[in-house]
Design a protein around this ligand. Structure first.
Ligand SMILES: [Zn+2]
Length: 267
């Protein structure tokens, strides 16, 4: 699966531009943290892709091969338009020129307007490390003197997205979200996408091997916490379920104030 573009049965055309590209340290970060937002964007007609930096080979449960199958299933559930895996070693997401080049190449390939990146701090060191790598690659992708090429040798044009959002992971202390997305209408779909990762999250249909421990994220309590968090942020904006984000490099520019503030919320 490394470096392979998956189109999930859609016709591959030369126009690969996406509206939104989501970066993740591990296959399942997106589904866990902002799967509802991704489902919603696709439902609203935007072209969305996911790029996983590693294959998750250090995971305590499952295998990289199973994670790849689970990622494909989750992608199908969310309806996304592309998914790639950069094959960076799990546990070693370093901000090196080689890794930046891999990230720059996908930015220039898909030319997204908005990029979603890992949380700036979290219990798993890979997550903030992936955020640093993402942010630096996003900047350098706009410099024309850094040359990169497609696999067929075609030179890539510089590209820098207009907006970057950090999604939230398990640590939230001192992080007040800049914006919160109402994902109520896609909540069931969002849960299905996450549960496609049967080896990682609690699922009735997964029988862990005898040497596979329960992890921080594999218990029913974790699923309940995730729902409680979505309810908490939803409550704050007058919705049932919502997902929080931090805007990088603010402030956010607004052209139509009333269109931006359409949601009604309790005050
Ligand atoms: Zn992760």
């Amino acid at each position: 699966m490394i470096g392979v573009c998956l189109y999930f049965g859609r016709k591959q055309d030369t126009q690969m531009k996406l509206d939104v590209l989501a970066f993740a340290a591990h296959p399942d970060d997106i589904e866990l943290s902002c799967g509802g937002t991704v489902c919603l964007l696709v439902k609203q007609g935007y072209r969305v892709g996911v790029v996983d930096f590693t294959r998750g080979e250090l995971g305590s449960r499952g295998t990289p091969e199973l994670r790849a199958l689970e990622a494909a299933e989750a992608s199908r559930v969310m309806g996304i338009h592309a998914r790639e895996n950069l094959g960076i070693p799990d546990g070693h997401i370093e901000n090196t020129p080689e890794n930046r080049r891999k990230v720059i190449e996908v930015l220039r390939r898909y030319r997204p307007h908005l990029v979603l990146v890992n949380a700036p701090k979290d219990r798993h060191p890979d997550h903030p490390n992936a955020a640093v790598l993402s942010l630096e690659a996003i900047f350098y992708a706009g410099l024309r003197k850094i040359a990169t090429h497609e696999k067929d040798g075609t030179e890539q044009a510089p590209w820098r997205p207009s907006h970057v959002l950090h999604y939230f992971q398990s640590v939230m202390e001192d992080m007040e979200p800049t914006l919160v997305v109402d994902v109520t209408e896609v909540w069931d779909q969002r849960v299905s996408a996450m549960q496609a990762f049967r080896s990682q999250f609690w699922s009735k249909s997964y029988n862990p091997a005898t040497d596979e421990p329960e992890t921080f994220i594999s218990s029913p309590a974790f699923m309940e916490w995730l729902e409680a968090r979505a309810r908490t942020f939803g409550y704050r904006i007058g919705a049932k379920y919502a997902e929080p984000f931090l805007y990088h490099n603010g402030p956010i520019g607004v052209k139509n104030l009333m269109e931006t503030l359409t949601a009604e919320k309790p005050y």
